[in-house]
Design a protein around this ligand. Structure first.
Ligand SMILES: Nc1nc2c(ncn2[C@@H]2O[C@H](COP(=O)(O)OP(=O)(O)OP(=O)(O)O)[C@@H](O)[C@H]2O)c(=O)[nH]1
Ligand SMILES: [Mg+2]
Length: 310
């Protein structure tokens, strides 16, 4: 299983590998003795790769400590890489997420939120394909009524995945779409309901109020719905993703993060900053626009792909 993930992660993380471990290897080759200057260079590389200042400083401190413990002849490039791998894994393992497996009787409701363009609708489409392939009956709720194109985009994913869709006219009340979607899900024996929502800035009060209203309506239709609230973050937005996650979590409570567009960035170190600073589970990562480009987050595969890419 890990092998399968590893191949996907290797492909998706090629840019990050160049920007992070590729550069670190360069330093290690130039300065195998790893003096203080080399440590500073590594520190800068980690920060540039969006690992986050706090996590970076801790990693460098730990590295310094362990270098002092280890006898000089052991300080080969491989040895230092292994130390770094250990440090990253320790941070990432703390946010390992239980995989999403609908097991209840009755619909498993997943609300998907995020700022505009972060990758919500695409993530929902990929999830619909994944659940469909596992024989689950899926229903999509087009609660992004803000733009007509958003409803059309979700409809395309409905066709592609074979999932049902509940949609209203553009401009309709998002919460009423959610209400109708749950009613349809219950009468049609649906296993998974995926709720697409409008994206606006995380500082938008309207957006948060709309999301809260959707949540209230879901809970009224089906006690303890939504069962998951996923926040989709665009990995290319760097440290801003951390601020977004904080705001969404404070306002609507997030149960899992999806990091989209990891394939498009050399700064995939953001996964480490998010794990370190938020402590929220990283459920999945998006590494492309296709239906199969969504993977459960596996810390071991992630770190292995960063260090053993080629
Ligand atoms: N490379 C890459 N592109 C992605 C990924 N996920 C989404 N995209 C692209 O990013 C763009 C925005 O994705 P959407 O899914 O429409 O984002 P959204 O959050 O629904 O956007 P709004 O509804 O406008 O808020 C699209 O062009 C997607 O194809 C990913 O994992 N990798
Ligand atoms: Mg969308």
């Amino acid at each position: 299983m890990l092998g399968n993930f590893l191949e996907k992660f290797k492909r998706g993380l090629s840019k990050t590998r160049e920007g992070l471990t590729g550069k670190i290897s360069e330093v290690l080759r130039r300065k195998p003795e790893l003096d203080e200057e080399a440590l500073e260079e590594i520190e800068e590389i980690l920060i540039r790769a969006d690992v986050g200042v706090n996590a970076t400083l801790r990693i460098i401190d730990r590295l310094r400590e362990r270098l002092q413990e280890g006898p000089a002849p052991e300080r080969t490039e491989d040895w230092v890489r292994a130390l770094l791998e250990d440090e990253l894994l320790e941070i990432l393992r703390a946010v390992r997420s239980p995989n999403l497996k609908p097991s209840r009787t009755g619909p498993h409701v997943i609300l998907v939120a995020g700022v505009n363009g972060s990758g919500k609708t695409t993530t929902i489409g990929k999830l619909a394909c994944r659940y469909g392939a596992r024989g689950k009956r899926v229903l999509l709720a087009a609660c992004d009524t803000f733009r007509a194109a958003a409803i059309d985009q979700l409809s395309i994913w409905s066709e592609r995945s074979g999932a049902d869709i509940v949609r209203h006219r553009p401009g309709a009340d998002a919460a009423s779409v959610a209400f109708d979607a749950l009613a349809a899900a219950r009468s049609r024996d649906v296993d998974v309901v995926l709720i697409d929502t409008a994206g606006r800035l995380h500082t938008s009060i309207n957006l948060m109020e709309e999301l809260k209203k959707i949540r209230r309506v879901l809970g009224k239709c089906l006690p303890d719905a939504p069962h998951e609230t996923l926040l989709v973050l665009d990995a290319t937005t760097g440290q801003n993703a951390v601020a977004q996650a904080r705001q969404f979590h404070a306002d609507i409570g997030i149960t899992g993060l999806v990091l989209a567009k990891l394939d498009g960035t050399a700064r995939g170190g953001i996964v480490i900053a998010i794990a370190d600073e938020l402590g929220l589970p990283v459920s999945m990562v998006g590494m492309g626009e296709g239906r199969d480009d969504l993977s459960d987050f596996e810390p071991e595969a992630f770190v292995a792909a960063l260090f053993k890419g080629d």
